[in-house]
Design a protein around this ligand. Structure first.
Ligand SMILES: [Zn+2]
Length: 428
C-alpha cells in the first residue's frame, strides 16, 4: 500500500477524541505490519484507547518515529466528508490529514519500505502511533511513558510539532522543533461585599475589581528572552530578507516587522520569545440586582525555559496588585532538546538535500505542547517536523484543527521519503 492509501484508510476510521476509539486505527496499521512479518503490539490501557508500537531491525541503535492516531472534532461547514478519506486531484481529504495521521502513515510506510528492501539495520526502528494526544496524552504516550517506557526508549525521536515550511524571498525555510513552551495556567479570584444592586455603594463589587485586573493583564509587556536557537532562526531570516540587523532582545519586535512575513508566523515567533498571558475565562455575579461578592478569572500563561512558577506568580501579582488571590491550576515545565546533537545535524542535512539547493533548515520552539514532552521528560531527545514538499500550498496549514483538512500526495510522499532515508542513514 502506498502512503496515500494508508492515510486514506486511517482517515476513514473516525478517531475523534473524545471518545477516541484509536484501537481500530491501531489494528488497521498492525494488520499491514503483520502482513510484512513485522512485530507489533497494541497498548490499550482503557478499552478503545489503543496505541500501536512496532519494531523493526536489531542492534544497539534505536530510532523512534512517533505520531498520534486521534483527531479533534471536525465540526460543520466542510466541502467534503471529514471522514471520507477521498483521494482527489492530488490531495488526500479529511480530518487527520495533516494532524497527525499523515505522520503515522509516513512512519509505517517508511518501515514497510525498509523491510521490503531487506535493509540490514544496525539497530531498531520503532513506531509509536499513540492515542489521546489531543486531550493531553494520558491514555496514550503519557501512559506508555509511565508504565512501559522501555517500549519507546530510543537514542532520539521524530514527532509532529514544527510549523510547515515558509517561503521567504523565494527561499524555502524548513523547521525542526527543538522545544515546547511550558504552561502555568493561573486562576485569579476577586472577593467583595454583596448588597442590593440599587444601592451599589453599600457593597464592594468583585466584578469591578476583576475588570481592573483583566485590563492590567491585557497591558502586560513581558521581557524578551532569546534562546540561542531563536537567535539563529531570526539571524537567518534577516539574512534571507537582506536586512542588516543582528537579533537582540531589544530589537526583536522591530526585526519582526521588518521581516514582513506571514502574520501567523510573525506572531508565533513573537510568542516564542516571551512569556504570554491571556485571560480567557471569567465568571462572576448571580443576578442583575445583586452586587457580586465573587469573581474568578482563568488565565492561560505560557512560559519559556528559565521562568518558574514563582516568577509567574510574582509577575501576575505585580500586574494586578494586592487584594486578589492568585493560584496555579496547572503547571508544566518547558521541554527542550539541544540542536547541537548529531541527530539534529543529520536531519538538517537530509532536509536541505531533499528540499533543494535553495532550502534551509532551522530550529524553532513551539508555543504549545505535543507528546514530545513525555519523551523529553524521559531524557529522550525529541525533534518535531512539519516537512512538506517544497511546492506545497501554504494555505493547507490553516486546515489543521479547522475545516477542509487535507494534504497533497507529494507532501505525504516527501515525509515518507524523509523518514525512510533518515532511518537508512542512522541505522545502517
Ligand atoms: Zn497533532
Amino acid at each position: 500500500m502506498n502512503p496515500e492509501n494508508v492515510l486514506s484508510e486511517l482517515i476513514k476510521i473516525n478517531t475523534t477524541n473524545p471518545p477516541g476509539n484509536e484501537t481500530a486505527a491501531a489494528h488497521f496499521l498492525a494488520g499491514l505490519l503483520k502482513e510484512a512479518g513485522i512485530a507489533c503490539e497494541i497498548v490499550e490501557p482503557v478499552k478503545g484507547r489503543g496505541s500501536l508500537i512496532a519494531r523493526f531491525g536489531r542492534g544497539p541503535k534505536k530510532l523512534l518515529y512517533m505520531s498520534h492516531l486521534d483527531v479533534v472534532p471536525a465540526g460543520d461547514g466542510w466541502d467534503f466528508g471529514p471522514f471520507s478519506g477521498e483521494i482527489r486531484e492530488g490531495m488526500v481529504l479529511g480530518r487527520g490529514a495533516i494532524d497527525c495521521k499523515d505522520l503515522a502513515a509516513a512512519g509505517v510506510c517508511a518501515l514497510l519500505q525498509l523491510a521490503k528492501e531487506g535493509a540490514s539495520l544496525k539497530g531498531e526502528l520503532i513506531i509509536a502511533a499513540t492515542a489521546d494526544e489531543e486531550q493531553g496524552g494520558g491514555h496514550g504516550a503519557g501512559h506508555i511513558a509511565v508504565h512501559c517506557p522501555d517500549k519507546i526508549r530510543a537514542d532520539f525521536a521524530i514527532n509532529e510539532g514544527a510549523p510547515f515550511p515558509l517561503s521567504v524571498n523565494g527561499k524555502m525555510i524548513y523547521f525542526i522543533q527543538v522545544g515546547e513552551k511550558g504552561t502555568a495556567w493561573s486562576r485569579i479570584t476577586a472577593r467583595g461585599i454583596s448588597c442590593h444592586g440599587s444601592i451599589p455603594s453599600l457593597g464592594e463589587n468583585a466584578v469591578v475589581k476583576m475588570a481592573r485586573a483583566v485590563s492590567a493583564l491585557a497591558e502586560y509587556r513581558p521581557g524578551v528572552i532569546l534562546i540561542p536557537e531563536l537567535t539563529a532562526l531570526l539571524a537567518e531570516l534577516a539574512q534571507v530578507r537582506e536586512l542588516d540587523m543582528i537579533p537582540t532582545p531589544q530589537n526583536v519586535d522591530e526585526l519582526l516587522s521588518e521581516l514582513d512575513i506571514d502574520t501567523t508566523f510573525t506572531e508565533m515567533i513573537r510568542a516564542m520569545t516571551r512569556m504570554t498571558v491571556s485571560p480567557n475565562m471569567i465568571q462572576g455575579g448571580t443576578k442583575t440586582n445583586i452586587v457580586p461578592d465573587f469573581c474568578e478569572c482563568d488565565v492561560d500563561v505560557r512560559i519559556l525555559p528559565g521562568q518558574s512558577a514563582e516568577y509567574v506568580m510574582q509577575e501576575i501579582f505585580d500586574l494586578v496588585g494586592p487584594g486578589l488571590e492568585i493560584a496555579l491550576t496547572e503547571y508544566r515545565e518547558p521541554t527542550f532538546t539541544s540542536s547541537e546533537l548529531a541527530p539534529y545535524r543529520l536531519m538538517k542535512q537530509l532536509t536541505e538535500e531533499m528540499a533543494g539547493p535553495e532550502a534551509v533548515c532551522l530550529p524553532v520552539i513551539s508555543t504549545g505542547a505535543t507528546d514530545s514532552k513525555y519523551l523529553r521528560d524521559l531524557g529522550i531527545p525529541a525533534y518535531g517536523i512539519g516537512h512538506m514538499d517544497p511546492g506545497y500550498d501554504p494555505s493547507l496549514s490553516a486546515t489543521m484543527h479547522g475545516r477542509n483538512e487535507r494534504i497533497d500526495v507529494k507532501s505525504l510522499r516527501f515525509k515518507t521519503e524523509f523518514l525512510t532515508e533518515l532511518a537508512r542513514r542512522y541505522l545502517t
